[in-house]
Design a protein around this ligand. Structure first.
Ligand code: AMP
Ligand code: GLY
Length: 435
């Protein structure tokens, strides 16, 4: 079996390592870190060849942009076996207004919202909400298009900046304005074959740049996954009330969704609610989730791609922690070209895996920063404390000029606050208020 992974980030490196347990992997375009043969596995290589030209048995599309642009449709039209939704399903992530519409249609609990392309109507709606306030670009913005604020004036200004196109170009010319919800967050990645679903281990990620959840939103600065993050009954409830109904609603619209559904959840005092759906594996959640999947990951993705998901993944009892090391200037203006030191020293540490994201080679062949999130340093261990200690031991020996990372990833990790099955209803009843 040969698998083509499309993408070049830490998520794709994690996918490549998981797939290489049972298949040869070619990542396109990949990066300098995605090569070699993992112990007991098959070879991984990077290639600049476009995905449709790679000889493979299965294609796995990592990032959202090519999915939104219809790459899965294009490959399927050529008769290829593809893991990843077509452009119809990928609209869930390509338009937050569409995603919210689908959640309403499926009667899945989510924040009250309105979608606007005109400032006055957006401001009027905003002022009806109690705060905190949330303003999102409708279109893709690499996880950076969301403002959550206690300051209504800031939310008003943000609406103007987004709708004018100044802040995020065309992605912001429509905005979704939401009530701010409060609670612990977690990410549930669910494989889907168009009808059947199978959940992967739950993870928690850290979106803000700085410790204690300060600073701007980023693509993700770290993640952890371990038994007990959410209890099984709550996961089942979320699958029954937030995922199954969405898949059914997609089917009713004629959308045969074969890929991963990433539910971003918030555990509020009224029960879990869906903050968003993404149409691809989370980054950096994948880096901690896939090592915990006991089964043959290639087999699982191939089954989902073929519309015959039969296997049921079971998590290992190991914990995983991933700390993202980002370049100077991230997230607004990441600096490229800083030489990266210490990878050899990290490579010999037990239970540590360094995943490459924004790395490149300079003209002297040195490994340098070439993106915002540069490396994901991942630790595994018998529990979160051990996994965390290992990840940070890796981080400590790696460095470059201006490196940024959080020191509190998975600190005090335990069951997500409020995560009990009795915490409230996930589905809205027929008589409940609608947004
Ligand atoms: P999204 O891209 O929609 O997941 O938003 C990115 C991050 O913004 C989420 O992970 C939350 O931390 C935060 N966020 C989004 N929507 C809300 C909301 N309605 N209430 C509170 N925080 C939110
Ligand atoms: N970790 C956030 C995301 O993948 O969107």
């Amino acid at each position: 079996m040969r698998v083509c992974v499309v993408g070049s980030g830490g998520r794709e490196h994690a996918l490549a390592l998981a797939l290489a347990r049972t298949a040869e992997v070619v990542v396109t375009p990949g990066n300098p870190g995605m090569r070699g043969t993992p112990v007991g596995g098959y070879p991984i290589s990077s290639s600049e060849i476009p995905p449709e030209k790679v000889a493979a048995d299965l294609w796995v599309i990592g990032p959202e942009q090519p999915l939104v642009d219809g790459l899965a449709d294009q490959l399927r039209a050529e008769g290829k076996l593809v893991f990843g939704p077509g452009a119809d399903g990928a609209r869930l992530e390509g338009s937050k207004a569409f995603m919210k519409e689908m959640l309403d249609e499926a009667r899945v609990a989510t924040a009250r919202y309105g979608a606007f392309d005109e400032v006055r109507a957006a401001h009027d709606f905003l002022r009806q909400l109690p705060g905190p306030w949330v303003v999102k670009t409708d279109g893709l913005a690499s996880g950076k298009g969301v403002l959550v604020t206690d300051d209504i004036a800031q939310a008003e200004a943000d609406i103007i900046a987004k709708l004018s196109g100044d802040a995020f170009g065309d992605a912001g010319r429509r905005v979704v304005v939401e009530e701010g919800l409060v609670g612990a967050e977690c990410s549930l990645l669910v494989l889907c074959d168009g009808t059947r679903i199978a959940a992967l281990p739950v993870a928690q990620d850290y979106k803000r740049l700085e410790d204690d959840d300060e600073g701007p939103n980023t693509g993700g600065m770290g993640a952890w996954s371990a038994d007990g993050l959410l209890d099984d009954a709550l996961v089942d409830k979320i699958l029954d009330e937030a995922v199954e109904p969405l898949v059914a609603a997609l089917r009713r619209r004629g959308i045969n969704y074969r890929g991963v559904l990433y539910a971003g959840l918030i555990l509020t005092a009224d029960g879990p609610k869906v903050l968003e759906y993404n149409v691809r594996f989370g980054d950096p959640e994948t880096q901690v989730v896939l090592p915990r999947v006991n089964e043959d990951v290639t087999g699982l993705l191939a089954e989902a791609a073929a519309g015959h998901l039969r296997s049921d993944p079971h998590p290992t009892t190991e914990a995983g922690v991933c700390v993202v090391m980002a370049s100077a200037g991230y997230p607004t203006d990441p600096r490229h070209g800083d030489p990266i030191e210490g990878l050899d020293a990290a490579g010999v540490l037990a239970g540590v895996t360094v995943l490459h994201a924004g790395t490149g080679l300079d003209d002297q062949g040195r490994l340098v920063t070439a993106g915002g999130r540069v490396l994901g340093v991942c630790g595994t261990g018998a529990g979160v404390a051990e996994a965390r200690a290992r990840a940070y031991a890796g981080v400590e020996v790696i460095g470059w000029d201006g490196v940024q990372y959080r020191s509190d990833i998975a600190a005090g990790a335990g069951p997500a606050a409020g995560a009990s099955v009795g915490a409230g209803a996930l589905s809205r009843g027929a008589g409940d208020p609608r947004p």
